[in-house]
Design a protein around this ligand. Structure first.
Ligand SMILES: Cc1cc2nc3c(=O)[nH]c(=O)nc-3n(C[C@H](O)[C@H](O)[C@H](O)COP(=O)(O)O)c2cc1C
Length: 223
């Protein structure tokens, strides 16, 4: 598969089949993804791989954690996923993709409980058999966080090349302590995101969502 094909085929998958992904495969792809560039070659990423029994254990822990809460997000978040008062055009872009997704799931805007229940699917990794968590050293700043993005994008595209799908998930930022403790990571590291890893359920309407992109004229300036 050409890089351009992997870029075209990758999309955020929010319904997975039971087909497993071997930890050895994930490790092999991580070993290749680490060729991603980083400023000063700091390689500021730290990754935990979750699979098999550990995945069952995590799902059980999250089910316990979420039991009885209508609104997920019980821990103090360590970073703001979006700026407060998200401005235009970003606000509309976020709104649009959310509405398109809920429309495909048949969950109306007024159905707050339904939307929250659906959001909580993040904490089941949307049924994916495997996952990673990406952490960064707490002392790092925006340039190193950008490095995480380059690394994660490279990882997602290399998985796609093998026919393996993903969904990056900042939703996990709402449970930094639960996840750091589950991974056995020290306070030095800060959770950035999780990522569901598996095979897309081709029959799930939510997976047909092809999110929009702004035209070049909105964000490119040719000098
Ligand atoms: C760092 C990062 C975090 C994300 N977090 C979530 C998440 O918590 N839950 C979710 O359903 N999608 C999440 N997404 C997926 C985005 O909504 C998605 O990438 C965007 O809408 C573009 O759609 P596409 O990935 O299908 O091209 C995340 C994406 C990125 C890059």
């Amino acid at each position: 598969m050409k890089v351009s094909e992997a870029v075209e085929r990758r999309r955020s998958i929010r319904a997975f089949t039971d087909a497993p992904v071997a930890t050895a495969t994930i490790l092999d792809v991580l070993a290749r993804a680490v060729r991603a560039p980083s400023g000063g070659n700091l390689q500021p990423w730290h990754v935990a791989v979750v699979n098999g029994e550990r995945m069952d254990a995590l799902r059980a822990r999250m089910a316990e954690r979420l039991a009885g809460t209508a609104r997920p997000g019980g821990e103090a978040a360590e970073y703001a996923v979006y700026p407060a008062n998200l401005k235009e055009p970003y606000r509309s872009r976020r709104f649009t993709v959310g509405e398109q997704m809920y429309a495909m799931l048949g969950i109306a805007r007024e159905d707050r409980a339904g939307r929250l229940r659906r959001f909580a699917e993040n904490y089941r990794f949307f049924g994916a058999p495997a996952a990673i968590f990406c952490f960064v050293d707490r002392t790092m700043g925006p340039p190193q966080w950008a490095d995480l993005g380059m690394f994660l994008a490279t990882f997602m595209l290399l998985l796609q090349e093998r026919g393996i799908d993903t969904c990056a998930q900042e939703a996990w930022a709402a449970y930094p302590r639960t996840i750091a403790e589950f991974c056995g990571f020290s306070e030095e590291l800060m959770l950035f995101c999780g990522m569901a890893i598996g095979h897309r359920d081709e029959t799930a309407p939510v997976n047909t969502l092809r999110s929009e992109r702004a035209p070049l004229s909105e964000w490119v300036t040719v000098l």
